[in-house]
Design a protein around this ligand. Structure first.
Ligand SMILES: CC(=O)SCCNC(=O)CCNC(=O)[C@H](O)C(C)(C)COP(=O)(O)OP(=O)(O)OC[C@H]1O[C@@H](n2cnc3c(N)ncnc32)[C@H](O)[C@@H]1OP(=O)(O)O
Length: 405
């Protein structure tokens, strides 16, 4: 088995192998990869070949920026396009590609890798843990009146701005600009490189229904949010609601909930604890479903990753971290003061013992260490250890990611 990086010349063979691995795409891919795969960075893809040169496995990484708690931004590798031909499965091809890729990412100096998992059983063994979650919120329109916000004044609500309906083709760079402002402030969000917008990749898979975009503008006419939606058989589905603050989200929600000739509104890709549920006058109007993992995180350099994010409570914690796939085992003293962390090797007795995948799950603040301790995955070495870790890892808001790659 040989694993080697690709160049632009390999695009067609890469896409052809990937399609055969998934079996879901056309047998003969469009020459040049088609719109979606043309977003691949061919110098960041790998092909696995058998000894006789037959390509049997693919994997790729995109270059993204991830927003961490505290709104710090770090470059991350977004792993994608992973596939092994059905004829060559369970022979260690993926394991070999993962080893190659993680080594390569470290050599590039990256401290974090992320992915969306097609199946939840695949990536834990390689050190990835689910770190953000997503759900859909459904409401029958006749029950979905929004209550007046009890703590906000009338003037604050009235200053919300205006909404205009545009076709995608009319949006120009509005969506890209608004998304960029949103993602910089939202822990767990990923950048969408400019060429993705140009290719219209990364946006939700498009159904055959005509798609509209409700663009929100502030009182000065500056776009500060949008909702991309389609109406089919009486259901209005919002694929993506991007808002630079909560009042903008509310204005967009109100807009779609007041749409005529619609009996049901579905907000896709929202955090399950989204405040919208609390804004319905009838608390039972909003039904949360499809709650699932979204972004999986893998730490490649524990001290660098832990010191890159923002912290909100001072304290100290000793973490004993096992990384079985890379054959590493290290103990770190994490000290947080005034929002910043220091992380150094230590011989002190540990507060927690955990697998690198569990560190990935708690890293962005979307899963409490105590939850994984209760599940029997993280070992707390004394009664207060899990609570101590909960307090330390807690973040300003739940991480969320709605970028699809
Ligand atoms: C980020 C993304 O791109 S997600 C997309 C992932 N790709 C797909 O889902 C496409 C269809 N599936 C495939 O192409 C392949 O089955 C892959 C890529 C998931 C796995 O490739 P393989 O070469 O078979 O994996 P490999 O042989 O290295 O397996 C390593 C271990 O993982 C286990 N494993 C691999 N895939 C799965 C799975 N889907 N479910 C459960 N266990 C799995 C194997 O059993 C093996 O376990 P072991 O070490 O205990 O024996």
């Amino acid at each position: 088995m040989e694993i080697r990086p690709t160049t632009d010349k390999d695009l067609d063979v890469f896409v052809d192998t990937l399609h055969a691995a998934f079996g879901l795409f056309p047998e003969t891919p469009v020459e040049g990869g088609g719109l979606w795969w043309s977003a691949l960075e061919m110098d960041r893809c790998i092909l696995a070949r058998t000894a006789d040169g037959r390509p049997v496995g693919t994997a790729a990484t995109y270059s993204f920026e991830l927003t961490l708690p505290g709104q710090s931004l770090v470059p991350v590798a977004g792993v994608t396009a992973v596939g092994v031909l059905p004829s060559h499965r369970r022979q260690g091809v993926l394991s070999a590609m993962m080893r190659h890729q993680l080594t390569e990412l470290r050599a590039r100096g990256e401290s974090l890798s992320v992915l969306l998992a097609s199946e939840a059983l695949i990536y834990g063994r390689f050190g990835y843990g689910p770190a953000t979650y997503t759900a859909q919120l459904k409401a029958p329109r006749h029950k979905a009146a929004l209550a007046a916000p009890r703590a906000r004044g009338e003037a604050e609500v009235a200053a919300a701005g205006s909404v205009e309906v545009l076709r995608r083709a009319e949006c120009g760079e509005i969506l890209e600009e608004v998304y960029d402002r949103y993602r910089r402030a939202q822990p767990g969000a990923l950048s969408r490189p400019h060429r993705w917008w140009a290719l219209r990749a990364g946006q939700p898979p498009v159904s055959p229904a005509p798609r509209y975009v409700a663009v929100h503008r502030n009182a000065d006419g500056v776009p500060d949010g949008y909702a991309s939606y389609a109406v089919e058989s009486g259901t209005l589905t919002v694929d993506e609601t991007i808002a630079t603050d909560d009042a903008v989200f509310t204005a967009l929600a109100r807009f779609v909930l007041e749409h005529d000739l619609v009996s049901k509104v579905v907000f896709k890709q929202v955090p399950s604890d989204h405040p919208l549920r609390w804004q319905f006058a009838d608390f039972r109007a909003g039904e949360v479903s499809g709650d699932m993992d979204w972004l999986w995180v893998r730490l490649l350099d524990v001290p660098r990753a832990l010191t890159a994010r923002g912290w909100f409570t001072d304290g100290e914690l000793v973490l004993d971290v096992d990384d079985p796939f890379l054959g590493e085992h290290d103990r770190y003293l994490l000290t947080v003061q005034d929002g910043k962390a220091d992380c150094v090797p230590t011989d002190r007795e540990p507060d927690l013992s955990l697998d690198i995948r569990d560190l990935g799950s708690i890293y962005l603040g979307g899963t409490a260490p105590s939850t994984l301790a209760r599940a029997g995955h993280i070992r707390a070495h004394h009664p207060g250890a899990a609570t101590l870790a909960d307090n330390l890892f807690r973040t300003e808001r739940s991480p969320h990611c709605l970028h699809w790659f």
